[in-house]
Design a protein around this ligand. Structure first.
Ligand SMILES: O=C1O[C@H](COP(=O)(O)O)[C@@H](O)[C@H](O)[C@H]1O
Length: 245
């Protein structure tokens, strides 16, 4: 059974392991999508890449949802060579889109291919997503947590994603790779905001987020503030547990 706790202004849900956590996250996302679709024509879902959410996406793909009323976009991705697919979009395709019936027109991969057209492609994409969201934020935002505490592609010391003037931007290179990301204000106003952290590699970042260790990036704290949900497994809580005895 998951353990639920209110920590300051975010909700922490804890499970013993990865698979259990994926089921919990998926159930929460489905519940929220159902609620949105009872009131609106369609629901917008922004998904991250990385290894952590893959099981959640597989579980989500088995849900009995009206997929033609769901739009899938990305929280962030890497800029790649001209012929490649962004690694984060590949995860979303492999673990969700190849397993359920989201129409092609409802799939919104970031235009991450490098080249002279990149800047104008990002501006066009920004306008498309802005129009899709009708000036709002995604109904559902699913994020991971980097070992250094970053979320989406919002990194300490890089102000690119802090602007309120854009929905999507490219970032400064991070470990040599330029990223594309939804901006912090866009993510922070999402309907259901979920951050997943599994494994001991994330334990220091989780402790920092929960205020039990050195402060880490404020982006994830800002996104979760006011009722966002942090889903963790026991391993990711090991440093926070040790700090609180
Ligand atoms: O660099 C990134 O990593 C995080 C975490 O990835 P994971 O493989 O450990 O789950 C990811 O959420 C983020 O989008 C990406 O920028």
């Amino acid at each position: 059974m998951p353990e639920l706790a209110q920590h300051q202004d975010l909700v922490v849900t804890r499970a013993a392991g990865f698979a259990d956590l994926a089921e919990q996250v998926s159930a929460r996302v489905v519940e929220h999508i159902d609620r949105v679709l009872r009131q609106h024509e369609f629901c917008t879902v922004a998904l991250t890449g990385g290894s952590t959410p893959a099981a959640t996406y597989r579980s989500l793909s088995a849900a009995d949802l009206p997929w033609d009323r769901i739009h899938v976009l990305q929280t962030d991705d890497h800029i790649v060579a001209d012929s490649e697919t962004g690694p984060s979009w590949s995860v979303i395709e492999r673990d969700l889109l190849h397993r359920c019936a989201v129409p092609v027109a409802n799939r919104h991969p970031m235009p991450v291919r490098t080249g002279p057209g990149l800047a104008s492609a990002v501006r066009r994409y920004d306008m498309q997503i802005r129009s899709l969201l009708r000036g709002q934020s995604p109904d559902v935002v699913v994020l991971g947590l980097g070992e250094d505490g970053h979320t989406a592609s919002i990194f300490d010391g890089d102000p690119s994603a802090l602007t309120a003037d854009r929905v999507v931007v490219t970032t400064a290179p991070y470990h040599g790779v330029t990223r594309m990301t939804l901006t912090l204000p866009t993510l922070a106003r999402g309907g259901l905001r979920v951050v997943l952290a599994c494994g001991t590699a994330k334990a220091a970042a989780v402790a920092g987020l929960l205020g039990e260790g050195a402060p880490r990036t404020s982006a994830v704290a800002g996104i979760l503030r006011g009722g966002g949900m942090l889903f963790v497994d026991d391993a990711a809580m090991s440093v926070a547990d040790a700090a609180t005895g």
